[in-house]
Design a protein around this ligand. Sequence first.
Ligand code: SF4
Length: 348
Amino acid sequence: MMKPFAYDLTFPGWKEWMKENQQPAFRAKQVMDWLYVKRVDAFDEMTNLPKDLRERLNETFRLQPLDVLTTQVSSDGTVKFLFGLHDKHAIETVIMRHQYGISVCVTTQVGCRVGCTFCASTLGGLKRNLSAGEIVAQVVQAQKYLDKTDERVKSVVVMGSGEPFENYEPTMDFIRIINDPAGLHIGQRHITVSTSGVVPNIYRFADEDWQVGLAISLHSPNTDLRSKLMPINRRYPLAELLDACWYYLEKTGRRLTFEYALIGGKNDQPEHAHELGKLLKGMNCLVNLIPVNYVPERDYTRTPRKQVFEFKRILDSYRVNTTIRREHGHDIDAACGQLRAKHSNVNA
Ligand code: SF4
């Protein structure tokens, strides 16, 4: 059987493991410290642990799940990593710089089976789920890169390749681990999970007792168009999705984000903006407009800048809070999945 990764365990999980291995409880805190504060690459570097414990850890766990295959740095400071996994798959992680601090965008699955038509991640289907540790390690690696310039990851968005709510438990453990004060200690309000609309797990997420943000990939103001752009809408239609969104709003008292990718000629016309404004009017939400990147495999084009502003103006008229996403790393491969798709082609 394959060994788990050290990053797979939550802090309570380490306490449990120490107990099962007849170790004092404080060893759990020491291991967390080596993994997340000192960020070592080998158990042998954990010098305040007894040698027999280090040997036991070595026998039981693997430490580093990720090999850095490539690191691309954009002129705006965006950094995109391509990481290799133990089974030769590759995943992407992105560091973005904002006025309010540095955020990291993580991947939760190799590929994706959801099949959004504007997304490159979906082209090869789903290969496999990532473990919690394989997601955690992306943030640790990003932080190690930033250590060189004494910078710190302030926020994390779960918006890379994959549908996090189809890999629910590992994604929730990932959040618990990076949020833990004994771990990377990233505040719950600085973590956002994005889903394409896996309705049952929106209810589950709303019932988690925490302040982690939720973003919904909406991309259409009506159910027919949404089914064309996002096949998941046939499983969980727009009306059911909105019911779940209302439940989330009432249960958490938090604001919800709706992602809306503007796709030239498909969903970016003034009538779409009016329909969307009527749909979301009165909701405690923010609409994030994303001019979609050109996907070479599909015939999708970008919405002209002027039209993006007009779309926002119409939503504003319904008092729906709207922002236009600033682009990151436009000179590298910014759309999720594009770099991995290239890597797969190279290795095909
Ligand atoms: S947009 Fe997200 S959910 Fe949709 S196919 Fe791409 S990775 Fe999957």
